[in-house]
Design a protein around this ligand. Structure first.
Ligand SMILES: [Zn+2]
Length: 198
């Protein structure tokens, strides 16, 4: 994963992504300088690859568009919760519901199927659907853990415009990467120069 993220964005994983998969999920869509953006979950194949690289699905899970859409939808809600946490704002109720739905949707047992025309049997959900359900549950649980843990105090968004990645602050660093830090410093130096009288 490190390789593929770095190859596509030029950025190493942000601090905290190793411990928190939900942080990696939020950061799977990145805005880069120059109006570029990279989304690692645009197709079923790339979504499958992303989940596989994070140990959340087999590499050949045969994901469909509906699966990729669900992963992207959860990402949107996780990002929304992170934004609320970082900004000290009230969360969107839909985001909280989405996290709880993802955590509770995972069946703990196969269900009983029995109607007038059939013999009773236990029904196992479609394998790919079950894989995605479990992956989303793990990501949602991680987001809930992060938001409620002491780490939440260090959750911040990268301070280097236009970067939209989240990270866990360490020391005085509030940039997701050396490159973002360098860009922020250069921008500050430029602002100072243009403010000072010629
Ligand atoms: Zn950044």
């Amino acid at each position: 994963m490190r390789e593929s993220v770095t190859r596509q964005t030029g950025l190493p994983p942000a601090h905290g992504e190793d411990e928190h998969l939900s942080l990696a999920l939020a950061n799977s869509a990145v805005t880069l300088p120059g109006g570029h953006s990279v989304d690692l979950l645009t197709t079923p194949a790339t979504a499958n690859q992303w989940l596989a690289h994070h140990g959340l699905a087999p590499v050949d899970a045969d994901m469909q568009e509906v699966c990729a859409t669900r992963v992207r939808a959860l990402r949107e809600q996780v990002s929304s919760l992170f934004a609320s946490r970082v900004g000290g704002l009230a969360p969107s109720p839909e985001a909280v519901t989405a996290i709880n739905d993802a955590m509770t949707r995972v069946p703990t047992a196969s269900l009983l199927q029995w109607d007038a025309g059939t013999e009773p049997c236990r029904r196992v959900p479609h394998p790919t659907t079950a894989i995605v359900d479990h992956a989303l549950a793990a990501l949602a649980a991680d987001a809930a853990d992060l938001i409620t843990s002491p780490d939440a105090e260090r959750l911040t968004s990268c301070g280097s415009t236009p970067c939209n990645r989240y990270l866990l602050r360490y020391g005085r660093r509030h940039w997701c990467s050396t490159r973002c830090g360098d860009r922020a410093r250069a921008a500050r130096a430029y602002a100072r120069r243009s403010e000072s009288p010629a």
